[in-house]
Design a protein around this ligand. Sequence first.
Ligand SMILES: C[S@@+](CC[C@H](N)C(=O)[O-])C[C@H]1O[C@@H](n2cnc3c(N)ncnc32)[C@H](O)[C@@H]1O
Length: 296
Amino acid sequence: MSETATDRQPVHEDSDFVKFWNEVLAPKFIKFKHVLVDGLTRHSEAIFPTLPVKEGDRVLDVGCGFGDTAIKLADMVGPQGTVVGIDCCDAFLDYARNDAQARGVENVTFMRGDAEIALPEGAFDFVFARFGTMFFVNPVAGLRNMRKALKPGGRMVHIVWRNRADNPWLSTAKDVVLKFLPAPGDDAQTCGPGPFSMSDETTVRAMMHAAGYDDIAFRRVDAPVLVGHDFRDAIDFQLTIGPAGEVFREAGAQAEENREAIEAALGQAIKRQRLAADGIVMDSSSWVISAINPDQ
Ligand SMILES: C[S@@+](CC[C@H](N)C(=O)[O-])C[C@H]1O[C@@H](n2cnc3c(N)ncnc32)[C@H](O)[C@@H]1O
């Protein structure tokens, strides 16, 4: 695929946050790609046919990860349209590019960038993000860059997790792990504000207004998500990724010393969950948030 003007981003040094995604989180996400992509897709598949995307559109997918939504969007815009997937993580972009090539999808380009610093401006009909915006350290800056990437009157949709209580797939394991280990300290290395940073509708409405959006709407989506193909996979997943994984990682040697007891307690909690054909599923709940760029 040839390089276009939108492939180029201003050169800037990676923030500590971007380095953390590349060095610490990417290998963990790759190990559990089978769980993550399946689970996250359950929150986008119902709304995909309703997205305001038509043939010939130019679309931007922010925090595109392994690229599956960007590739679906490329199918929706057809050969006359184009999709740019942007992510701050090189390893995810490699998967995305290989997947697009393997499927023969030619109207999608993947680029590396930090959405909080800059996005291509003023050209896109539609901007999308599935579970990417909650990690912005400065959410208004990231959301504003997404708005500035839109044409006047263009729409955006982003999907974020709702509250902890309705997301036991993330919160149950953390509650278990915290019985054995201390909560991460103020100086903990984290993925950013975290999965529940956009769970409160009032707060996110205020962020979206501050970022310049109009016509902001929230739609709740509930879906059971896979947490592992079997108990071993689910325990490993919970101790590697997400809020429980963060507590475990930050506790270092103390976590390893308590591993046996933690795994046994997690096993008990996971045994109480539903079994499905492809593994163990737990409940999850998201907001699908849509808005318009009113700029003329
Ligand atoms: C939970 S993953 C979701 C990935 C993908 N959208 C999906 O639904 O499968 C969050 C993604 O956001 C990316 N990300 C986080 N902060 C970012 C930023 N400031 N700029 C670009 N990408 C970012 C991460 O690298 C990661 O791929």
